[in-house]
Design a protein around this ligand. Structure first.
Ligand SMILES: [Zn+2]
Length: 245
């Protein structure tokens, strides 16, 4: 069976590489991955999958192949969105290629041996760099009938149990009254700087698996133009995306 899987992937090597390079050369932001969506879904149709385009989200898709019974149902996930200015920084074009390769190989294996029962689902999940595409798919039942879901993410090394960090986004805004002189109220800017310094001191005691980063932004008091008001502390390099309406 593993020979057959290798053979199918080898036979389609140039096609898979071509798809990956096309997605790499056409980076699309969260919820706008129409090129990747169309490229992957037409390819899956050519390989005989039953494809539902624009599945729940405009750039998500679901492609299925079933042998006799539809349990267990195993999902293989494709990601394909990119980052602003950077493009495919962590290689979601490769995640799409790997998901497609795994899907066509599993389908070939199931077709070669009718005793393999179950369903393979290739799930296209958009908006992973920001926007929480999988969260929206989960909330709308995309994983309800899935028994197990697999995805491969490119990395410099092979890691069986990768360290995965959760992300919590917090913005702290310090406010003071705009119509008071600086000596008449506590200084919001000083409070923000004091918070930053204290966080910088305590984070050396954090568990090495934890990360905490901050940046400060300041908006200026229109009355006292040299006097910042409403300083904000937030995580740096946050990129968030909204579903287009
Ligand atoms: Zn990634």
């Amino acid at each position: 069976m593993s020979r057959l899987v290798e053979k199918v992937i080898e036979e389609n090597e140039s096609l898979l590489r071509d798809i990956s390079e096309k997605i790499w050369l056409n980076p699309e932001l969260s919820f706008h991955e129409t090129y990747a969506h169309d490229l992957l879904t037409t390819t899956l149709e050519k390989f005989g999958f039953v494809v539902e385009k624009q599945y729940i989200l405009p750039t998500a898709f679901r492609a299925e192949f079933c042998n006799d019974k539809d349990r267990p149902t195993i999902a293989i996930i494709c990601e394909y969105d990119a980052l602003p200015e950077m493009g495919h920084a962590c290689g979601h074009n490769l995640i799409a290629e790997i998901g497609l390769a795994a899907g066509i190989a599993v389908k070939a294996a199931m077709e070669s041996d009718s005793s393999i029962c179950g369903k393979v689902v290739i799930l296209g999940t958009p908006a992973e760099e920001g926007g929480g595409g999988k969260i929206k798919l989960i909330e709308n039942g995309a994983f309800t009938d899935i028994d197990a879901a697999l995805m491969a993410h490119p990395q410099m090394n092979n890691i069986l149990y990768p360290l995965i960090l959760d992300l919590a986004r917090v913005t702290v805004t310090y406010k003071m009254k705009e119509d008071l002189d600086p000596w008449e109220d506590v200084n919001a800017n000083d409070a923000a700087v004091a918070c930053y310094n204290n966080v910088a001191i305590i984070r050396q005691g954090f568990n090495p698996r934890w990360r905490l980063n901050l940046v400060g932004t300041f908006s200026y008091n229109p009355i006292h133009s040299n006097y910042p008001i409403f300083p904000k502390l937030q995580r740096p390099q946050d990129f968030s995306a909204e579903l287009p309406s």
